[in-house]
Design a protein around this ligand. Structure first.
Ligand code: NAP
Length: 375
């Protein structure tokens, strides 16, 4: 029998959906709003002017600008600055880094503890209700708009995921038009993040009757549209499909989490500055081959069918070809990761929550073989 399942984030997915923001904001009746955006892409875009037009009557002067992969130190600085303010609503508009930061600050501002490190060492649970958060993605990949996770880079270069049901945004507004300005490389990176998330959710040991349909819906759409969106940034249909399917992949991982591919990607980003989605893409093909014996028979066939191939080897080949077509470098050496870098990744790439979620047990020796295969 199917499990009962209801996702807590309301979702609006439509070209032009940003225009819905004022009526959605009205529902919260906020007196004071905190706006969280990226460094410049959104503010330079026409959508920022539109936002100001739509939100006339609301004060949008409380703004935080967030860079890529926010750190614990940055979070502490902003928390200290904002602690004395009272906000009724937080709106995050940007990539996964902005959305994760927006969720985190919306949650932290109501908590009694004093420092981020105290919070991180206190089992990372939010005792008090958080400020409602509206997530509006400008990239198509992380699915953060519908997950209860938020990544933060700690002082010792670990990328940890805060995880709490209270981190689910109250509302996700997915307006694919906000993603048209992504350059090809960013489109490829973020699109691959979504492909990895959908595939990892499917083969995860936590896969369920309710997560699987989201993953299987996302996979073919992402594979079919990534090249279209990368090569033709203004292709409305391709951008729509990528934004929609990345939300579906987000809905899938909200139930299952990701697996070894994501675990291994984190040190590639924190130690070697490889952007998140690119880092994930690097080991996807080798893990399709590695995990194949653990998803034999009908289980594997369903995945390969969703990818449009007939076997694990063909699936891995498809991923390698796709990376080539969207110009994602596949060699670790060319990305500045040499033999000692591989050791760093092995030492820091085993996140227990992700590796235990992988369908096949992974040893350091296995990972060494995988990383050497893409050196
Ligand atoms: P990102 O780190 O949010 O942004 C990367 C770059 O893209 C930024 O420099 C940003 O510039 C630019 N950018 C964003 N939107 C743009 C647009 N429409 N046009 C042009 N440039 C744009 O990248 P991301 O891949 O979306 O997010 C990665 C982060 O999300 C990682 O920290 C990862 O761990 C996290 N993540 C979270 C979840 C979750 O469930 N919570 C899932 C997967 C990944 P500006 O700063 O100028 O805007």
């Amino acid at each position: 029998m199917a499990e009962t399942y209801k996702h807590p984030t309301r979702q609006i997915v439509r070209n032009g959906a940003l225009a819905d923001l004022p009526s959605e904001v009205d529902r919260f009746k906020p007196e004071t709003i905190l706006l969280v955006v990226g460094k410049e892409s959104f503010r330079k875009s026409i959508h920022f002017n539109n936002l100001q037009k739509y939100m006339v009557g609301y004060d949008l002067s409380h703004i935080i600008s967030v860079g890529d992969n926010p750190t614990e130190q940055f979070l502490q600085t902003i928390w200290t600055q904002q602690k004395t303010q009272t906000y009724d609503l937080v709106i995050g508009i940007g990539g996964g880094s902005v959305l994760d930061f927006g969720k985190t600050i919306a949650a932290l501002l109501t908590q009694p503890c004093g420092t981020v490190s105290e919070f991180l060492s206190n089992q990372m649970k939010f005792e008090k209700d958080t400020i409602p958060f509206i997530a509006i993605p400008t990239t198509a990949g992380t699915g953060s708009e519908v997950t209860q996770y938020a990544s933060i880079e700690t002082e010792d270069k670990q990328k940890i995921s805060l995880t709490d049901i209270k981190l689910f945004p109250a509302l996700a507004i997915v307006d694919p038009e906000l993603t048209h300005s992504m350059p090809p490389y960013l489109t490829a990176c973020t699109g691959f993040d979504a492909i990895c998330q959908a595939i990892e959710s499917y083969w995860s040991v936590s896969n369920s009757e309710t997560s699987e349909p989201h993953a299987l819906k996302a996979i073919p759409i992402l594979i079919k549209n990534l090249i279209r969106a990368t090569q033709n940034p203004n292709n409305k249909d391709a951008r729509f499909q990528m934004a929609y399917a990345s939300l579906e992949a987000g809905l899938a991982i909200a139930q299952t989490r990701t697996t070894a591919v994501h675990s291994v990607s984190y040190p590639m980003t924190t130690y070697f500055d490889v952007p998140h989605g690119h880092a994930c893409s690097l080991t996807l093909a080798p893990f399709i081959r590695f995990n194949a014996p653990a998803i034999k028979g009908a289980r594997g066939e369903k995945l390969y069918q969703a990818m449009g191939v007939s076997s694990a080897d063909n699936g891995a080949q498809l991923v390698e070809d796709l990376m080539k077509k969207v110009k994602l470098e596949q060699s670790l050496t060319k990305l500045g990761i040499d033999t000692s870098g591989i050791q760093t990744i092995i030492q820091n790439g085993f996140r227990p929550d992700r590796v235990k979620n992988n369908p096949r047990h992974l040893t350091p020796e296995d990972l060494k073989t995988i990383l050497e295969s893409i050196a």
